[in-house]
Ligand binder design. Structure first.
Ligand SMILES: [Mg+2]
Length: 275
């Protein structure tokens, strides 16, 4: 395989599943470190900061400095801060997302509570953007105020469009379910930062001043990781250690650049390619 310089790694189904590392994960990342490759863990999470995700990876025994983790929530607030520093944002999301937005330098109009403006004179109608993450205690009032903001002209931006959130005992509604409610109510179509949108990848590559011809996205989901990598214009490796069966991989459109068993297989191929 090609001698890539930049590796973007999906987490669930690639690096770990549940509380177990997948074959080759630790060895592959150790090899990336030892050979001076650039890598980033890419998480579609809309609630957690890179520090939260890095802590989880370190608990599992992975090398994971905070700065190697990109979450869709952090990518979304950074994207807005770059687009217009200090812009006025109304956040539908949990306190960590609202704090992340404030730390990125955005003017969060509802930092203290998701369902009320901090300053009654600066209500949702004055927002430039409505940012939507997963909000596990979302209320009708949250939806009402965010709808008013979009109807008054704010842009609707979703951290991701995941319809479902897999949890211990089944499946919960995901960020995309809340976003869909707001799209219906406001008749707006949201933009998205997380996969399968390419933005999380292209913003990461831009921040690294990366040569895209030497970057690769490694993931286990065709409709998420491979679609995002394809849309970002970079090579993709589908690993079969997660969601995708060999049969579905063979029929994939767009086709991944490579289909490999797991990160152990990627490591073997990468070593061969680097020689
Ligand atoms: Mg995955």
């Amino acid at each position: 395989m090609k001698d890539y310089q930049i590796y973007l790694l999906d987490l669930d189904g690639v690096v770990y599943r549940g509380d177990h590392l997948l074959p080759g994960a630790r060895e592959f990342v150790a090899w990336l470190e030892a050979t001076g490759k650039t890598y980033r863990y890419i998480s579609n999470n809309s609630m957690q900061s890179p520090t939260d995700v890095a802590e989880r990876l370190r608990r599992l025994g992975m090398p994971a400095p905070d700065e190697r983790v990109v979450t869709a929530s952090q990518a979304a607030v950074d994207h807005l801060a770059k687009e217009q520093p200090g812009q006025r944002v109304w956040v539908v999301g949990l306190p960590p997302l609202r704090r992340m937005a404030a730390r990125a330098g955005l003017r969060v109009l509802n930092l203290a509570r998701s369902d009320a403006p901090d300053d009654p004179a600066a209500g949702p109608e004055t927002a430039r953007t409505v940012l939507v993450g997963l909000h596990r205690s979302v209320t009708y009032e949250d939806l009402r105020l965010a709808t008013r903001a979009v109807l008054a002209g704010a842009t609707l931006l979703g951290v991701n469009r995941d319809p479902q959130l897999p949890v211990e005992d089944g499946v919960d509604p995901g960020c995309g379910a809340i976003l869909a409610a707001l799209e219906v109510a406001s008749r707006a179509h949201a933009s998205i930062i997380g996969k399968p949108a390419p933005t999380i990848l292209t913003d990461t590559l831009d921040a690294l001043h990366a040569d895209r011809s030497r970057a690769v996205m490694i993931g286990d989901a065709l409709e998420m990781d491979i679609a995002a990598g394809h849309a970002a214009g970079i090579d993709t490796i589908l690993v079969l250690s997660g969601l995708t069966s060999p049969e579905r991989a063979a029929a994939a459109d767009p086709r991944p650049t490579l289909v490999l068993r797991d990160l152990a297989d990627v490591l073997a191929q990468a070593k061969a390619g680097a020689e």
